[in-house]
Design a protein around this ligand. Sequence first.
Ligand code: CTP
Length: 447
Amino acid sequence: MKKVITYGTFDLLHEGHYRLLERAKALGDYLIVGVTSEAYDKARGKLNVIDSLATRIENVRKTGFADEIIVEESHGQKVQDVKKYKIDIFTVGSDWTGTFDYMKDYCQVVYLERTKNISSTMLRVQNKRIQRIGIIGTGRIAERFVPEAKLVSGITTQGCYNPHVESAKRFAERWEIEAYEDIESFYGAMDAVYIASPHETHYAYIKSALEHGKHVLCEKPMVLKAAQAEELFRYARAHELILFEGIKTAYCPGFNKLLGVACSGIIGSIRNVEVCFTKLENPDNRELTDRKYGGSLTELGSYVMLPILKLFGENYEEIRFDVIRGENGLDLFTKISASYANGIATATCGLGVKSEGRLLIAGTKGYMIAEAPWWKTSYFEVHYENPLEVEKYSERFLGEGLRYEISDFLSMINGRNSSEFKLTRSESVALADIMEKFLKAEGRAEK
Ligand code: CTP
């Protein structure tokens, strides 16, 4: 019996897939089809797959060509499968010509001609109109957005707006997008906006974008007052718009894996979380000169509070801030201590003091540790009483990592809410509340 194997995502199953499976089956007597898992697609940067794994498997099954369907979960699985299932022929479409030549050491490799003018990518674009996104604020953070957004299919960066017209023009030229001088025409050309302006301007921009019927992805900290966050979420919900706080860590695969392991019970009940993120900042930058909204907590507090809120929840009993201030009064280094009924947490952030940035989660049976940059989690360990017993986990983190949040934002616009749990509205409100409490304690609260 001649055994054939092929692999693919088979998203939105189309004629190209059907014809490939038909010919793959005809190459032998028994066809095994490997369908990629969701986690594997995310890890290799294939974002925005629409159908769930179950649907994709079901669609492959319905073609009637597959004698067996398996799940492809990781890079390097193919060779193992060929050996395990005693495969004679490995086949894929001609878009992969050359890529799998290394498999020739194990079986015959056949590249089948790809069906022209059809792909899942094309269908995604046709089904869900491309979302045009515009950037408000054209500073350093926005620079990272454009190349990352290019990697997410279904979204295109249309243009930018900045009241400092010269800055907008320079940005637009660099990224070959359009600069809008007038905010009305900017909104008119967009389906969604990405807000990367200074913190204190977020509220007004979010409000006006929502009032113009636009979905909003806003940089952290989304707003600096709990009531503002509540009001904006309420408005967005009532008008069926997505309002999404962009804390990239919340959406990256490694951090989500870490949370899953932490909550799985293997380290027992979680009792202590210690987390730190410091970034030495140029003293002339806005972060260290804006006496009202600058400083380490407004800049980095969203990152360090994230694992605490995710693991212990929003209902802390007490919260306290210890601060080292610079000459201009801004916090160069801040320690947030939060106590919960069953645990304690400390979050440290700094712009003018350097420390070891790590995330430590301690439980009744063991502890987990992710070293810097844990906010771009790609590796973590689980330790137990016996120091020799260590479990190691890794996950890819691609590029700047903004692609994950952009992809989840887009999924939500397209009506899929499966990422909503990664950063809930009430967690965003809790973060705004912490910012508000801190600014009040520092005597910097707005009138
Ligand atoms: N395929 C094909 N003809 C097409 C599209 C895909 O023969 N028009 C083949 C691919 O070469 C691969 C298999 O179908 O062997 C599964 O491909 P997959 O990546 O799932 O499909 P695409 O439509 O190429 O998906 P995407 O646009 O997301 O890359």
